[in-house]
Design a protein. Structure first.
Length: 335
């Protein structure tokens, strides 16, 4: 019967990407090739993370990156793996990485039409404790006639061609969305070495009483931020208070929020007036995923995150993202 038989009609990411390509008559296969390179980098990063404790890959690398974070050894390896994947694809004209101060231009990729932004390992402070981390990416198409300049990546998230993230947790999960499309979730089957479509057409629940924020920053919060979170913890009338969940890896907190609903926030505060998370490779890709799944994402001024245009590649923003109704509630406290 259905309930006892194994699933034999498996949709792999490879099949999924090829079917997408076939649907678009005008497609050249370049985007599919770029995605295959991404797919390989996710498998490789996942592999090294799982072996880290065994092969002396825990701890600091000894440098800090452009945004002032202390780099872990795995931040450096994840970055190298991602850069190599983009280089070998031949389809990436330029790359922005959290771990690189400047844009990397692949000048020998003549005809490459894509600009990519990535956070090779998000949540790297959690690495040595074996807590979930992941990779975040956003893909833009170069402007017509451009061979790849800064202006091709300093674009609003609304122009992203595709975006997504992985979470290397109990299993490796991949969440991908394309412009105007649905959100699809894949799980890496280590024995097949394939990402399998396990969560087709992901939709975020309209509301859920879970909040996710680093409450250790509350001393520095603005008054409306405090008022909003207090309203969740000390509801008026007879409402029940929200549950708190905070992992400290955006990918893991966002993945849970996508599946269960609720709100994830990293607001700007008096200590970090521009917020902590970076627009190109953290805020915008996540915002695209959440909007395409039926949720919302806004900055501290309640502007749609996907409309924010960064002035430089490592620009930051405060962010609230989550269930549609929960973000509406955030807005009601920021009028
Ligand atoms: P990264 O590890 O890529 O530098 O990103 C860290 C980010 C994000 O993963 C997380 O949501 C947030 O920083 C956690 O910050 P706090 O430790 O300040 O809560
Ligand atoms: Mn970092
Ligand atoms: Mn990050
Ligand atoms: Mn990172």
């Amino acid at each position: 019967s259905e309930s006892t038989s194994v699933n034999t009609n498996i949709v792999t990411l490879t099949r999924f990407l090829t079917e997408e390509q076939v649907k678009h008559k005008e497609a050249t296969g370049d985007f599919t090739l770029l995605c295959h390179a991404l797919q390989f980098s996710f498998k490789a990063i996942s592999y090294y993370i799982r072996r880290a404790t065994l092969v002396n890959l825990t701890g600091l690398a000894g440098q800090s990156n452009a945004t002032g974070d202390d780099q872990k050894k795995l931040d450096v390896i994840g970055n190298d793996l991602f850069i190599s994947a983009m280089r070998s694809s031949g389809k990436c004209a330029l790359l922005v990485s959290e771990e690189e101060e400047e844009i990397i231009y692949f000048k020998d990729h003549t005809g490459a039409r894509y600009a990519v932004a990535c956070d090779p390992i998000d949540g790297s402070s959690n690495l040595d404790a074996g807590v979930s981390v992941g990779t975040i990416f956003g893909i833009h198409k170069l402007a017509d006639g451009s061979t790849g300049t800064k202006e091709d990546i300093l674009r609003p998230g609304s122009e992203l061609l595709a975006a997504g993230f992985t979470m290397y947790g109990a299993s490796a999960q991949l969440v991908v969305t394309m412009k105007g499309g649905t959100v699809n979730g894949f799980t890496l089957d280590n024995s097949f070495g394939e990402f399998i479509l396990t969560h087709p057409d992901m939709r975020i629940p309209k509301k859920r009483a879970i909040y996710s924020v680093n409450e250790g920053n509350s001393l520095y919060w603005e008054e409306n931020t405090k008022a909003y979170f207090n309203s969740l913890k000390y509801p008026q009338e007879s409402g029940k208070p929200y549950s708190a969940r905070y992992i400290g890896s955006m990918v893991a907190d966002a993945y849970r929020t996508l599946l269960y609903g609720g709100i994830f926030a990293y607001p700007a505060d008096k200590k970090s007036p521009k917020g902590k998370l970076r627009i190109l490779y953290e805020c915008a890709p996540m915002a695209m995923v959440f909007e395409n799944a039926g949720g919302q994402a806004v900055n501290d001024r309640m502007q749609r995150m996907l409309e924010i245009v960064p002035e430089s590649i490592h620009d930051r923003s405060g962010i609230y993202l989550g269930s549609y109704d929960e973000v509406e509630k955030v807005k009601s406290f920021h009028k």
